[in-house]
Design a protein around this ligand. Structure first.
Ligand code: FAQ
Length: 312
């Protein structure tokens, strides 16, 4: 087969909804885009453990502590599935982690904001995991098999995360005036950053068009952001909280809620490493990697010893 016919048969498979598997032919650009997206997704999961891990020791009851601990551990597991999926494309975990630690690879902007009160645990579960679900359910049908399969389990766990966050918000909203105010403040602070998780506007997103053609993405950034706004507004009303944006209004003609334009300068500033917690998050990850060096060395020495014993 010539290069042209390889490419044509690849696109035909995509168009016929046949998943691409690691041993299949794929254009270099498809492989590169997948490595970029999956590794950034994996980094987001493990950096995303940090803002919530801050609150495990301060959870207000044993039940809340157990739930939060389980959630944070789940996020670590998601990172591991995703690193494994990316490894099937020919990059090693060490290479990916090196890219994260040197600031070459990105991770989601949302994890560069501080967690100030317990209500932030509610807002993260409800809004951040809620936005993650909106983005990741369609990824269960992404065109690359190992990524799609990893997403199925991830989405099941994210839905428990979303519910525990909503439950925290519901309890606070029904609590004392001070607790309700804490919930409102968390909603106000996390709303816009959660909407930014969906990425830049389609009009300036460099990767969306090609990723849609290759069915890596099933919906564009703007489509998913709008869906998220539409479902979340009703949940805010159910909580009895005020809308976090005075321009949220139902638009009969569009059949969607209108809302304010986001502050894209803030978004790009955070993506470029200058958000409120970027430096702290990266330093924590690098320290964890360095502190864990002895574990990696011990594990590989043990594996080496077993290999020699078996061979003898
Ligand atoms: N933050 O052309 P596009 C979670 C970058 S998981 C930082 O639109 P694309 C679970 C983008 O990489 C959250 N950077 O890019 C959890 C690109 O830069 P590059 C993570 C961003 O890939 C909950 C450039 O801007 N989820 O939350 C962001 O087509 C609680 C241009 O953008 C995923 O990763 C951003 N928000 O679309 C864990 C889902 N947005 O690489 C713990 C999978 C864009 O060219 C606690 N990823 N950029 O240098 C995706 O669906 C896509 O990659 C998008 C971006 C939609 C994020």
């Amino acid at each position: 087969m010539t290069q042209v016919s390889f490419e044509a048969s690849f696109q035909k498979k995509i168009d016929e909804e046949i998943m691409i598997e690691p041993q299949d032919y794929m254009p270099d650009e498809y492989r590169k885009t997948l490595i970029r997206q999956i590794s950034q997704h994996a980094h987001s999961e493990i950096v995303g453990m940090l803002p919530e891990a801050n609150w495990i020791t301060r959870a207000p009851s044993l039940r809340r502590k157990a739930v939060l601990l389980a959630k944070v551990q789940d996020e670590g597991g998601h990172g591991l599935y995703l690193y494994s999926a990316a490894e099937t494309l020919g990059i090693t975990r060490d290479q990916m982690l090196h890219q994260l630690h040197t600031g070459v690879a990105k991770y989601s902007s949302i994890f560069n904001y501080p967690t100030i009160t317990w209500a932030d645990m509610g807002a993260i579960g409800w809004l951040v995991d809620g936005a993650a679900i909106m983005n990741q359910v369609p990824l269960c049908r992404t065109s690359y098999g190992p990524y799609a399969r990893a997403m199925v389990r991830v989405c099941k766990e994210e839905s428990f995360h979303q519910r525990q966050g909503f439950e925290i918000m519901l309890n606070l909203s029904k609590g004392t005036p001070v607790q309700k105010q804490m919930a409102q403040d968390a909603l106000n602070r996390w709303w816009a950053p959660a909407l930014m998780m969906f990425g830049p506007l389609d009009a300036v997103s460099p990767n969306t068009a090609k990723s849609m053609e290759w069915r890596i993405k099933r919906f564009t950034n703007d489509e998913l952001r709008q869906r998220f706004i539409d479902v979340t507004v009703d949940q805010i009303r159910l909580l009895g909280l005020a809308l976090p944006d005075e321009n949220i209004k139902w638009n009969e003609e569009r059949g969607h809620y209108d809302s304010s334009e986001l502050n894209w300068d803030e978004f790009w500033n955070v993506v470029k490493g200058n958000g409120p917690c970027n430096k702290e998050r990266l330093a924590t990850r690098v320290k964890a990697w360095e502190d864990g060096a002895w574990v990696r060395e011990a594990a590989s020495a043990y594996a080496e010893k077993r290999k020699t014993k078996k061979a003898a």
